[in-house]
Design a protein around this ligand. Structure first.
Ligand code: SF4
Length: 231
């Protein structure tokens, strides 16, 4: 389940090279979908704020698959509205992922962090590992790392206060390779630190064929879900 109260973004680091949201926005604009009439320009959508109230059953929700909630052009007032909706719906888990970890850190004290908000940062290579420190310093109750698309090794990660690590390779026409030793190294680091590890995919030109087997098995660990536990 995805929920997009904001749309649009711009590229900030190497992981953005083949941004899925940018490609999809172009497609949706061509199809005449109103929300994407400005293509990939950053926009807020007040009308989307009521959507989580309409879901009958508990959901795991990926917030802003088409944007980055902590983009500088999204006003704090609107981010607060998005958080108010998440605070108000403790029956759902909301996963928020950003590459703007510095702005997340700047604003985190002004936001209410209920248990159902899982906050993550994307780290695709060593150049952007500083995002992890920003996340660690926030008041988020559940913290995760999305190491996807993994395009370089990430040795000796500081996994203090990190609850979940997701790893995935790049897919598409010209995917950058992900070495198996990088993935195995991260899996071992998670095991040693007792951090849930989820291996999403090897990626590549044919991601279905490449699959998601590592060490002869799948890794589908997740943090324990605490629904209806909002404070
Ligand atoms: S931050 Fe995310 S949404 Fe924004 S351009 Fe990069 S990959 Fe796309």
């Amino acid at each position: 389940m995805t929920w997009n109260p904001t749309t649009g973004c711009d590229k900030i680091s190497a992981g953005c090279k083949y941004c899925y949201a940018e490609i999809m926005s172009k497609r949706l604009q061509a199809m005449g979908v109103d929300k994407y009439k400005d293509n990939f320009e950053v926009r807020t959508h007040e009308s989307a704020l009521n959507i989580p109230y309409t879901w009958k059953h508990s959901k795991i929700v990926f917030v802003n698959s088409m944007s980055d909630l902590f983009h500088k052009d999204i006003p704090l007032e609107f981010i607060k509205k998005v958080f108010a909706v998440m605070n108000d719906n403790p029956q759902h888990v909301f996963q928020v992922l950003t590459k703007r970890a510095d702005r997340l850190f700047e604003l985190h004290k002004q936001l209410k962090w209920t248990h159902n908000i899982w906050m993550g940062v994307s780290v695709e290579n060593d150049k952007v590992r500083h995002r992890i420190e920003y996340l660690q310093k926030t008041k988020a109750r559940v913290k995760f790392l999305s190491l996807e698309p993994l395009i370089g090794p990430l040795h000796k990660l500081d996994l203090t206060e990190i609850d979940w690590v997701i790893v995935g390779g790049e897919s598409g026409h010209k995917p950058r390779p992900m070495k198996s030793e990088w993935v195995l190294d991260i899996q071992e680091q998670c095991e040693k630190s007792d951090v849930a590890f989820f291996f999403k995919q090897w990626g590549g030109k044919n991601k279905k064929a490449a699959g998601r087997i590592l060490n002869g098995r799948t890794y589908d660990e997740m943090p324990e879900i605490e629904l209806q536990h909002s404070v």
